[in-house]
Ligand binder design. Structure first.
Ligand code: NDP
Length: 259
């Protein structure tokens, strides 16, 4: 039986970038906890497959799976997409700003358009989707927003400058959202994943030297599995975290704790 303090059955959630990887695992966790979840990405076919995969679990847990397609960097599409989700499912209780991309290049060679794309996709999107969803949450006086940061919200690495800048921005946007929306009853927090095996990191997972470095550098001595982020999200989305605000919680096998 779910202890009341972690009980989020019947809540409605939108998880951006949830056709695969971390977003899909987080959406699956919310579904299993009894939420109705809107999956989201740009590729409609991938979304349909993801939704079909989660539908049986939603049936068992008493929720529903819906899916919506929009580009998080397209301002008009964001507002229309959020409105469409709320028209279909009702007011959103939980938003997970997860959609993100990577572009690896050294600063002196970093293409301007790639810089722009990473910042827009990883950081500006959380402002745009967050603002669209928070309008209703502020009016209702409650809501949970969880932004997906990174170990790189805190630590930089050569070759991923735009990504690190965007994720450092996520940490501060989370605090700014807390400053403005906590008085209206919202909780806004972030999760900072370490290295997880997904499509975003496949180049690194398949790079023997990087893989060896990662296992040596991480106290847990391995890559994370996306499902290992679910418990942290459920905590932050639940009444257990009603007085937790503006924080970033690192889930990284201990990497940020040691040199
Ligand atoms: P994936 O590449 O596996 O998934 C990214 C998701 O975002 C996909 O669903 C993709 O779908 C969607 N997406 C990308 N761009 C857009 C866009 N412009 N508009 C709408 N949707 C978009 O990445 P991960 O699961 O690894 O990463 C998820 C989040 O976790 C990201 O924010 C990432 O930075 C963060 N993270 C990941 C870590 C890791 O080790 N994997 C570590 C730390 C943080 P589509 O392309 O169809 O739009």
């Amino acid at each position: 039986m779910t202890p009341g303090v972690f009980d989020i059955r019947g809540r409605t959630a939108l998880v951006t970038g949830s056709s695969r990887g971390i977003g899909l695992a987080l959406a699956g966790g919310l579904v299993q906890a009894g939420c109705t979840v809107a999956l989201h990405a740009r590729d409609p076919q991938a979304l349909e497959r993801a939704a079909a995969g989660l539908a049986p679990a939603a049936g068992r847990a008493g929720g529903r799976v819906h899916h919506v397609t929009f580009d998080v960097t397209d301002r008009a599409a964001v507002d229309a997409g959020v409105a469409a989700v709320e028209a279909e499912l009702g007011p959103l209780d939980i938003l997970v700003n997860n959609a993100g991309i990577q572009h690896r290049a050294l600063l002196l060679d970093f293409p301007d358009d790639a810089w722009q794309r990473v910042i827009e996709t990883n950081l500006t999107s959380a402002f745009l989707v967050g603002r669209a969803v928070a309008r209703g949450m502020v009016e209702r006086g409650r809501g949970k927003i969880v932004n997906i940061g990174s170990l790189q919200s805190q630590l930089a690495r050569a070759g991923t400058s735009a990504y690190a800048a965007s994720k450092g921005g996520i940490k501060m946007l989370t605090r700014a959202m807390c400053a403005e929306w906590a008085p209206s009853g919202l909780q806004v927090n972030a999760i900072g994943p370490g290295y997880f095996d997904t499509e975003l990191t496949s180049a690194l997972v398949n790079d023997e030297a990087f893989d060896a470095w990662l296992r040596q550098r991480t106290p847990a001595a391995r890559w994370g599995r996306p499902e290992e982020l679910v418990g942290t999200l459920l905590y932050l989305a639940s009444p257990a975290a009603d007085f937790v605000n503006g924080q970033i919680l690192y889930v990284d096998g201990g990497m940020s704790a040691v040199l």
